[in-house]
Design a protein around this ligand. Structure first.
Ligand code: ADP
Length: 409
């Protein structure tokens, strides 16, 4: 039994009950007595329920027992007696109060909407004019809501940390994949380069051995032919080495263009002619230019490399007689050059990567088509250095179209 901490309640009830006791004493009609009792009960209920004392008591109780203060609580008056000075009850509560627990429906209006009640304490308050017992209850029906509210910050933080971990994991995974891709590219490049360098080298070695043979040394025509072969392979070897050297230089220094004002049609004709004479003569090349003899600023050496790479790819990646269309026209004051072929074409996935350094489409790595995966990387670098762009559109089995756009100046 605890009755401490109810000073305000006591004061209010004392004043009220003194008067109420007198009033109820003077009543004769049972109906009036019943109504008065009900009035007294309501008053007591309201006072106890509303008074700060109770809330404070409950708070300290909650704290002591480690309950959450956010739960709803209620009281249930289980006994109320109006007593005289000798503590003899004058009027008891029977008839409208019963001692049933609230979860079976006690008659206090304040506890009606409580679902999961647990009685946590009871009080016996006694004074000159009344004796009063009440219990108080906590409603745990809201526990999920309360727990959720209480844990929401931790929950949000946990979700956030999980998210951060997932994001970090994804970034790490992406980086790892990118590193693996680059490392695969490098390995492929080294394999391809070794293969590429070995071919002219072994030809030169065999040619050298041939020259040592007596019957060859006596045949001038054969010597000349072998010497030409050695020369050709040496040039090729030199080109390969230059290509590799050049790329490492590009990585270290800014692309330096040596622009000259030239007639675009003239320079394109020169490139195509020398391409034809240098091995591209098995290809049918159709020129369709419409530049109107305009002059533009270009780095001739790089532009030649650009066009050469596109032409040699058009021939290299073809399994039938190569047919190449070269279109040239103005588009919004830009030079537009389209190189179309009837070759093997490029699938959608490879199209996204063919301009990357060392990238070779999957069939490229099995040495069916020789290469280092640098030709289109050069094309891209050169167009960008001129302030332009290069794109591809292709259908596997049908052919490819490379479009180079360069600003006029
Ligand atoms: P390389 O020819 O040395 O492999 P490139 O950078 O020139 O390197 O080309 C990259 C890849 O793009 C090639 O491996 C090839 O698969 C594809 N490719 C380039 N041009 C063509 C083309 N005209 N037709 C089909 N595939 C091409």
């Amino acid at each position: 039994m605890r009755t401490d901490g109810f000073d305000t309640v006591r004061l209010l009830l004392r004043n009220y009950s003194e008067q109420a006791n007198k009033e109820i004493h003077s009543l004769k009609d049972p109906k009036d007595i019943y109504a008065k009792k009900k009035e007294i009960l309501d008053y007591f209920t309201n006072v106890v329920y509303k008074e700060q004392d109770l809330s404070e008591l409950l708070s300290s109780f909650f704290e002591r027992w480690g309950f959450e203060k956010k739960f709803k609580f209620t009281i249930a008056i289980i006994d109320l007696e109006m007593i005289n000075n000798d503590t003899i009850p004058i009027y008891q509560n029977e008839g409208f109060l019963n001692r049933k627990r609230p979860n079976t429906g006690v008659r206090t209006s304040l506890s009606d909407n409580f679902k999961e009640k647990i009685m946590v304490n009871w009080f016996n308050l006694e004074d000159n004019n009344y004796r009063f017992i009440f219990e108080y209850y906590i409603d745990f029906s809201d526990k999920q809501k309360v727990i959720l509210k209480e844990t929401s910050v931790f929950l949000a933080m946990s979700i956030l940390s999980i998210l951060v971990v997932v994001i970090i994991f994804m970034i790490t995974y992406k980086n790892l994949m990118e590193e693996k891709r680059l490392s695969d590219l490098k390995t492929d490049f080294i394999n391809n380069m070794t293969h590429e360098l070995k071919t002219p080298l072994s030809t030169i070695t065999v040619a050298g051995k041939t020259l040592e043979m007596k019957q060859i040394r006596d045949d001038d025509a054969k010597i000349l032919e072998t010497a030409k072969l050695i020369g050709k392979q040496s040039v090729h070897l030199n080109q390969l080495i230059n290509m590799i050297l050049e790329i490492s230089m590009w990585e270290r220094t800014q692309f330096q263009l040596d622009k000259k004002t030239v007639e675009i049609e003239e320079i394109m004709n020169d490139v195509i002619d020398s391409f034809k004479s240098g091995g591209g003569n098995n290809a049918s090349i159709y020129k369709k230019y419409n530049f109107g003899g305009a002059k533009v600023d270009l780095d001739i050496v790089y532009f030649t490399t650009l066009l050469n790479n596109l032409l040699s790819n058009a021939v290299k990646y073809s399994e039938k007689q190569p047919v190449i269309d070269i279109e040239g026209f103005w588009q919004d004051n830009n030079i537009c050059i389209k190189v179309s072929d009837n070759g093997i074409g490029i699938n959608k996935i490879d199209q996204k990567h063919i301009f990357d350094k060392f990238y070779r489409a999957s069939t490229g790595n099995i040495h069916k088509f020789k290469g280092l995966g640098l030709g289109l990387y050069y094309v891209k670098k050169i167009t960008e250095a001129h302030g332009g762009d290069v794109t591809v559109s292709s259908k596997p089995g049908k052919g490819s179209i490379f479009t180079v756009t360069l600003p006029k100046n």
